[in-house]
Design a protein around this ligand. Structure first.
Ligand code: C2O
Ligand code: CU
Ligand code: CU
Length: 523
């Protein structure tokens, strides 16, 4: 197909149709292959070495300074065995402090890598722990106080795969980078001279930092050649703030087999899979018919996230089945997920998420000043009208009469939990080890999306934003959706987290986290 015809043809088709984007592209051959992170297992001494380093990465037409673990961007996938101790030696070669947090791992506070676990520039830190939880796809990323958003945007993130004997016995696809494929999705934006364009300002503190370029394992719209049969995708929404909504371009179903904390009781077929920042789901998708298709992300109704090009289905990667046939299968049953215990007599805690009304208002104003009304497309107008009195006049330039200079607003303490912005040395409460607790997380004060995450536990969602959780969100989770409503989770902590290494509970919209929507608690 000639390029001219191709352009006409694709314009006529619109951005989303039954035809895979891949088959419409005259340039499919030029598309980058999906980069596959190395699998890194502990050596004979049970050691894993990680170096946090700076380098350069080319993203399309931009070549930028980027950060990575053992490389220029992102990091290896660490493969850990249940019940086997591992020693991780982390060397920080950056010129600033960082920490390495094990998101989703049930490990003691002393090795959790929260904001207290600082590694000075040029220094190292060793942590040892033994994963006891079931097989799961987790991840690691920095948790530097006030700078998590920046350090993740620079490229620091990697996967942690926990394996256990039961998951090994299931006939799931297991060939790394072939039919068992990591898919880390992140958005970025770039300055005119091609550098990663991060800022923590009024706008990003309110709605989060987002970009116009979508990266899959660091590459733009890559392709993956997969054997025919079943393909397993380990999806991570690694964006700072953007929620995604995964689907296939030809509407073939995604069979969800695992959530944040591991396998579900049985696969759950979906045609759309919304994922908030920090969340992981593993899905199987059938490639038996040999037809190419795309994984796409559909538009979402999160403030600021429907700005072009995300106002239309956006390609994540293309999948091109090969002739070879794969051996993995989709089992009917996965692992037993225990019934919820009785909720009677449990300790109950309320965590009330709030945003400074001035930040909320000025952030939205800044968003509309910059992007126009499109920034609010897809938002629920009913919710907007109720929202903190901003209802009268959501149009450009008419949003109240507040002092737009931001005087009197302390950005770094503008977001709070139970009225307090994060304070590193004052944990808000002590949870009892080994006891179930019911946590009630409320985000009723605003209409923002708060992907709420808790360290040191895999929990169960009792209700999510006032509703019963969807089937694929009813297993083990470490992140729950809070958006203008109330969510309840059943948590239990099986490790200690003393005062000097308290666990964190926070909004995983990283700019909310970095501006105070986080608390420490001890176990
Ligand atoms: Cu993914 Cu407290 O972090
Ligand atoms: Cu975490
Ligand atoms: Cu939030």
């Amino acid at each position: 197909m000639q390029r001219r015809d191709f352009l006409k043809y694709s314009a006529a088709l619109g951005a989303f149709s039954a035809l895979p984007l891949w088959s419409r592209s005259a340039f499919a051959a030029e598309r980058p292959a999906l980069p596959i992170p190395d699998l890194l297992e502990a050596d004979a001494q049970s050691r894993i070495r990680l170096t946090v380093q700076a380098g350069k990465t080319t993203f399309g037409k931009h070549t930028a300074t980027s950060w990575g673990y053992n490389g220029n961007l992102l990091g290896p996938a660490l493969k850990l065995q249940q019940g086997k101790q591992v020693n991780v030696e982390i060397r920080n070669q950056l010129s600033e402090e960082t920490t390495v947090h094990w998101h989703g791992l049930e490990v003691p506070g002393s090795v959790d890598g929260g904001p207290q676990g600082v590694i000075a520039p040029g220094k190292s830190r060793s942590v040892s722990f033994t994963p006891t939880q079931q097989a799961a796809t987790c991840w690691f990323h920095p948790h530097q106080h006030g700078k998590t958003g920046y350090q993740v945007a620079m490229g620091l993130a990697g996967l942690v795969l926990i394996e256990d004997p039961h998951s090994q016995q299931l006939l799931l696809p297991k060939s790394w980078g072939v039919d068992d494929v990591p898919v880390i999705v992140q958005d970025k934006k770039f300055t005119a001279d091609g550098e990663i364009d991060y800022q923590l300002d009024m706008m990003s503190a309110a709605v989060g930092w987002f970009g116009d370029t979508l990266l899959t394992n660091g590459a733009i719209y890559p392709r993956h050649a997969a054997p025919r049969g079943w393909l397993r995708l380990r999806l991570l929404n690694g964006c700072n703030a953007r929620s995604l909504n995964f689907a296939t371009s030809d509407k073939r179903p995604l069979y969800v087999i695992a959530s944040d904390g591991g396998l579900l009781a049985e696969p759950v077929a979906v045609t759309e899979l919304p994922m908030m920042p920090g969340e992981r789901f593993e899905v199987l998708v059938e490639t038996r018919d040999g037809k190419p298709f795309d994984i796409v992300t559909l538009p979402v109704s999160q403030m600021g996230m429907s700005i072009a090009p995300f106002d239309k289905p956006h390609p994540v990667m293309s999948i091109q089945p090969l002739r070879v046939v794969a051996s993995g299968m989709l089992p009917d049953k996965l692992v037993p997920v225990p019934a919820l215990p009785s909720l009677e007599g449990l300790t109950q805690r309320t965590l009330k998420l709030t945003m400074d009304p001035m930040l909320d208002q000025m952030g939205m104003q800044a968003l509309m000043d910059k992007y126009g009304a499109q920034a609010m497309d897809g938002m629920d107008h009913g919710a907007m009208m109720q929202h903190g009195g901003h209802g009268q006049g959501m149009n450009h330039g008419t949003m109240g009469s507040m002092d737009h200079s931001g005087h009197g607003l302390d950005l770094h303490h503008a977001n709070r939990i139970n009225g307090q912005a994060f304070a590193m040395d004052t944990p808000q409460f002590a949870a009892a080890r080994g006891q179930h607790e019911r946590w009630v997380i409320s985000g009723e004060g605003d209409m923002m999306l708060h992907p709420f995450h808790i360290h040191g536990t895999q929990f169960r969602i009792l209700s999510e934003n006032g509703k019963k959780p969807a089937a694929h969100r009813s297993g083990w989770k470490d992140t729950v959706k809070v958006e203008g409503g109330v969510s309840e989770v059943l948590v239990r902590f099986d490790h200690d987290a003393p005062e000097e290494s308290a666990y964190m509970a926070h909004c995983h919209l990283l700019e909310h986290e970095d501006t105070g929507m986080m608390l420490g608690f001890t176990v």
